[in-house]
Design a protein around this ligand. Structure first.
Ligand code: NAP
Length: 522
C-alpha cells in the first residue's frame, strides 16, 4: 500500500491530499509513497512554531533541552530497523550505506545532547569577556547571544534524509529554536517517518518540529526576518534561494551547502606499495563508492604525482573491480543504487561531459549487475584520468553525483595546490603523506579554499575518521562553490541559531544581564 507523506504544521497532521509526486524503489521501480502538492496553511503553521514552539523550548534551559534530545535519541535508536528498511527500499542503499545516514544522524543528535548537558541551567550565552570602554571602567560592552525569536527552516537534499535532518535539528533544538523540515521529495519517506515517531512519542512540545513534504512552493514566502534558513542542495537551487526577497531584501539568515569538487591528494613522498600509497588507494575507493558516491564530500578530484598516475589507477581498478553492484537485498552486493532514474541520467550525462578531457582508467559497467536490470538506477564505479591537468576545465566545474572520480597528475606540491584551488571552494581536501611537514604545509595552503582539511599519515591510518565522513566536532561547509556555509563544529553551530548583540552600559547592568548565561567556549 502506498504511504501518503502528509504535512505536520501547527501541531496537526494534515489530511492526506491527492498524490502529486510518487516515491519509488530505485532498483525495482515499485511505488512506495506519495506526497501532495503545494502545502496549505504555511503562514499559520510557521506562526504557531514561532509562538507556541519557541515559547515552550525557550522556557527551558540548555540542559533541559539536551535531556529531551537524549530521549529522542533513545526513541530513534529503538526504531532503527524500520529506518533501515525504508532506506533500503527508497534510497537503494546497502545496510552499511543506510547506516551512514540513519546512525550518522542519530549519533549527531546524541553528540549535541551531550554538549548541551554540559551547558546545564544556562539560558543564554556570552561571547568573550566584557570590554572596558571608559576610563573609570564603569561603561562596558559585552557580547550576549540569545536564541533567535523565529524558526529554522531546513530545505534538504535527497542523499541524507536522516543525517540531513538531525545534523541541523541538533544544534537548533539545543538552542531553543523550533524547526520545520522540507526533505527532498524523492527520499522524503525516511525523514517523514522519523518526524512522525518523534511527534507521536510526545517528547517535544507542540510546534517544536514540523514537516512539509512535496512541493517547496510558498516556503520562502512564509519566512519572516527573524527566521533562519538552512539549505542543502544544488548550486542552481541555491542561486534561486539567494535571490528570493526573504533573503535578498529581508535578510533572513541563510546557510547554504551546495556542490563541491573535493580533492584527495597523494603526497609526492609516496611510492607504490608503501603504506601511505595503499592507504590512499583504499580510502579513495571507499570514499568514491560509499552511498554510491552520493555524498557531497566524496573526492571528485584525485590528485597524484604524475609519475604515479598509472600505478594508482591500476591499484584502484583492482579494488573497484571487486565491488559488486546491484540490488542491496542481495548480500553479495557492496554498492547499491542511485536514488532515482533522474540521478542515473544526470550521472551518465556528467560522465559523458568529463570524458571529453579524460580517459577511462576503470569502467565497472562491464560487470553485470546483481539482481538488478538496466531499468534500475544502479551505476557501476568509473575512474577517469584527466589527460592534461593544466588545460582541463570540466573536472573543476562539473560535479558528477555518483561513484565517479578523476585522477589528475601533478608535477610538484605547488602545482597540486594550484589545481586544488581551481575547485573554487570545496567542503573537504584530504592529503596523504608520511611527511608531517608536508601535511602541515598543505593544510595551511588548502585551508583558504576548503572548510575541512583531512590529513592522513601512516600513524593515523587506522584511526582517522575518513575524508568523506562529517564528524560533528568539526565544521562542515566550504567557501565559494560549496555555498559559503558552515554547520556543526561542536558548540560553534549554536551561533547560527542565536542572535549576537553587543550590550553596552553600566558594568552592574551588564552583570545582571549576564545572569543565567554561560560562556560559549569551544
Ligand atoms: P536540489 O534539487 O537543489 O534540491 C534540494 C532541496 O531544495 C530539495 O528539498 C528540493 O525539493 C528543494 N527545492 C528545489 N527547488 C526549490 C526552490 N525553488 N525553492 C526552495 N526549495 C527548492 O538538490 P538535490 O538534487 O536534492 O541534491 C543534490 C545536490 O546537493 C548535489 O549537488 C550535492 O552536491 C548537494 N549536496 C550538498 C551537501 C553539502 O553539505 N554541501 C550535502 C548533500 C548534497 P524537491 O526535492 O521537492 O525538489
Amino acid at each position: 500500500m502506498t504511504t501518503f507523506l502528509n504535512n505536520y504544521l501547527g501541531g496537526q497532521w494534515q489530511a492526506a491530499g491527492s498524490a502529486v509526486h510518487t516515491l519509488r524503489d530505485p532498483v525495482t521501480g515499485d511505488t512506495l509513497a506519495a506526497t501532495g502538492g503545494a502545502a496549505q496553511g504555511l503562514q499559520e503553521g510557521f506562526a504557531f512554531a514561532r509562538t507556541e514552539g519557541a515559547k515552550a523550548l525557550q522556557a527551558m534551559s540548555y540542559g533541559q533541552r539536551a535531556a529531551m534530545m537524549a530521549d529522542m535519541v533513545k526513541l530513534l535508536q529503538s526504531k532503527r530497523d524500520d529506518y533501515y528498511a525504508i532506506s533500503l527500499a527508497n534510497s537503494g542503499t546497502t545496510k552499511a550505506d543506510s547506516g551512514v545516514d540513519v546512525d550518522g544522524g542519530i549519533f549527531t543528535l546524541g553528540f549535541y545532547a551531550k554538549l548541551g548537558a554540559a551547558l546545564g541551567d544556562a539560558r543564554t550565552l556570552t561571547d568573550g569577556a566584557a570590554a572596558v570602554m571608559s576610563k573609570d571602567q564603569l561603561f562596558q560592552s559585552q557580547h550576549l547571544m540569545v536564541p533567535i525569536r523565529g524558526l529554522a527552516l531546513f530545505i534538504n537534499a535527497f542523499n541524507f534524509p536522516s543525517w540531513g535532518l538531525w545534523e541541523k535539528a541538533g544544534p537548533a533544538l539545543l538552542s531553543g529554536v523550533p524547526v520545520v523540515v522540507k526533505p527532498a521529495t524523492v527520499t522524503a519517506w525516511l525523514t517523514h517517518q522519523m518526524v512522525k515517531d518523534v511527534v507521536e512519542a510526545g517528547i517535544l512540545p507542540p510546534g517544536a518540529i514540523s514537516i512539509v513534504c512535496g512541493s517547496s512552493a510558498g516556503l520562502l514566502d512564509a519566512l519572516t526576518p527573524f527566521d533562519v534558513l538552512s539549505f542543502t542542495g544544488s548550486a542552481e537551487t541555491a542561486a534561486a534561494i539567494r535571490s528570493h526577497p526573504a533573503i535578498a531584501r529581508d535578510s533572513v539568515r541563510a546557510n547554504i551547502e551546495a556542490d563541491s569538487l573535493n580533492v584527495s591528494i597523494l603526497g609526492d613522498d609516496a611510492q607504490p606499495g608503501s603504506e601511505i600509497f595503499d592507504l590512499y588507494v583504499d580510502n579513495l575507493v571507499r570514499d568514491m563508492t560509499i552511498k554510491s558516491g552520493q555524498r557531497c564530500t566524496a573526492p571528485r578530484r584525485a590528485l597524484v604525482p604524475k609519475a604515479l598516475m598509472h600505478a594508482v589507477a591500476e591499484a584502484a581498478a583492482a579494488k573497484l573491480a571487486a565491488i559488486r553492484v546491484g540490488n542491496p537485498r542481495n548480500p553479495e552486493v557492496a554498492m547499491g543504487s542511485l536514488v532515482s532514474r533522474e540521478q542515473y541520467d544526470s550521472v551518465q550525462h556528467g560522465l559523458a561531459l568529463l570524458k571529453a578531457e579524460s580517459s577511462v582508467m576503470f569502467d565497472g559497467s562491464a560487470q553485470p549487475l546483481l539482481d538488478a536490470d538496466g531499468n534500475s538506477a544502479c551505476v557501476a564505479p568509473t575512474l577517469l584520468g584527466v589527460r592534461d591537468a593544466d588545460a582541463a576545465t570540466l573536472v573543476h566545474n562539473h560535479e558528477v553525483f555518483g561513484p565517479v572520480s578523476s585522477l589528475i597528475g601533478y608535477r610538484d606540491t605547488a602545482h597540486a595546490m594550484a589545481i586544488a584551488h581551481r575547485g573554487l571552494g570545496s567542503l573537504v581536501a584530504s592529503v596523504y603523506s608520511a611527511d608531517n611537514a608536508l601535511l602541515a604545509c598543505c593544510a595551511n595552503e588548502l585551508a583558504t579554499s576548503h572548510g575541512r582539511v583531512h590529513l592522513v599519515s601512516p600513524e593515523v591510518g587506522k584511526t582517522q575518521t575518513g575524508h568523506g565522513n562529517v564528524m560533528p566536532a568539526s565544521i562542515h561547509g566550504g567557501p565559494g562553490r560549496a555555498g559559503g556555509g558552515e554547520e556543526l563544529g561542536g558548540l560553534r553551530a549554536l551561533g547560527f541559531y542565536h542572535r549576537k548583540s553587543a550590550v553596552q552600559g553600566p558594568a552592574a547592568a551588564i552583570d545582571m544581564a549576564k545572569q543565567g548565561s554561560t560562556a560559549l567556549s569551544y
